[in-house]
Ligand binder design. Structure first.
Ligand SMILES: NC(=O)c1ccc[n+]([C@@H]2O[C@H](COP(=O)([O-])OP(=O)(O)OC[C@H]3O[C@@H](n4cnc5c(N)ncnc54)[C@H](OP(=O)(O)O)[C@@H]3O)[C@@H](O)[C@H]2O)c1
Length: 254
């Protein structure tokens, strides 16, 4: 897949799936823009990307629930590269909670998983129209059915809304030649569960249960999800828009 000279903005590029996608794009000669909050991790990923083809990524420290920070992602990218070809809305927060835990948790989940995506997409869209570029949103199987083993209500609701956002924006931007798709992973081995507040022991139990219960008997690795992101953002997928791609080892079948 050729991404030579393509400018790819990836949110949540400091870790997990976003970092894996950054490395795969760098291998395909893309100019990557790495967005996240943890500067040390962003710089580590940037160094790894640079080592691949010698091209130095643009690193942007941004808190996605802050509107000025979101605006700065587009401004800095255009200042540096002059255009945007692909936006990967990957950053997400695993906000846990039940219906009894208060509405603030929903606000927290929506702020990152939906509002920031909505805002960044609206600012990037005029630039994507110019390049006939495309967007890949990273959602979850939690958008498609409730998670059974833990209370994840705010997260599930925010990701379900994200999927409808994908379809609606695909319809709206389709007439401008811009595609919008979604990758919906199931359990994937990243720091996500720990960041969501699970202890190391809980994570290892969760992984064990998932490995045993998934039809394919394993969780996914970040690189596999990243591969799908690259495919959807490439010209090979030029007839695909408004689609929700599940990559979950069969998790939603059981
Ligand atoms: N891992 C799974 O099992 C799984 C399953 C289904 C869907 N997903 C989805 O996959 C996506 C990537 O998650 P991951 O598994 O790779 O987890 P991860 O390793 O924890 O990465 C999450 C990334 O999102 C960034 N981020 C979170 N909140 C942010 C905010 N407010 N502002 C800026 N950046 C923010 C983090 O940045 P910093 O670390 O720099 O703060 C980090 O780079 C998420 O949308 C998640 O919902 C994951």
């Amino acid at each position: 897949m050729d991404f030579n000279n393509k400018v790819i903005v990836i949110t949540g590029a400091s870790s997990g799936i976003g970092a894996a996608a950054a490395l795969l794009y760098a291998k395909q000669s893309a100019k990557v823009v790495l967005v996240g909050r943890n500067e040390e991790s962003l710089n580590k990923v940037a160094k790894q990307c640079e080592d691949i083809k010698g091209f130095k990524p643009l690193v942007i420290k941004a808190e996605l629930s802050n509107d000025d920070d979101v605006q700065s992602i587009v401004t800095k990218t255009i200042d540096k590269f002059g255009h945007i070809d692909v936006l990967v809305n990957n950053a997400g927060v695993g906000t846990r909670g039940s219906i009894f835990d208060g509405v603030e948790l929903l606000d927290r989940a929506i702020a990152t998983n939906l509002r920031a995506v909505y805002h960044l997409t609206s600012l990037a869209a005029p630039h994507l129209i110019k390049t006939k570029g495309n967007i890949v949103n990273v959602s979850s199987v939690a958008a498609l059915r409730p998670i059974k083993d833990v209370d994840y209500l705010p997260y599930c609701v925010s990701k379900a809304a994200l999927d409808q956002f994908t379809r609606c924006v695909a319809l709206e931007l389709g007439r401008h030649g811009v595609r919008v798709n979604s990758v919906n992973p199931g359990g994937t081995r990243t720091p996500f569960a720990e960041t969501a507040g699970f202890s190391k022991q809980q994570v290892s139990e969760l992984y064990k249960n998932r490995n045993e219960s998934y039809p394919l008997g394993k969780m996914a690795e970040s690189e596999e999800v990243a591969d799908l992101i690259l495919y959807l953002s490439n010209d090979r997928a030029r007839s695909i828009t408004g689609s929700i791609y599940v990559i979950d080892n069969g998790e939603i079948l059981v």
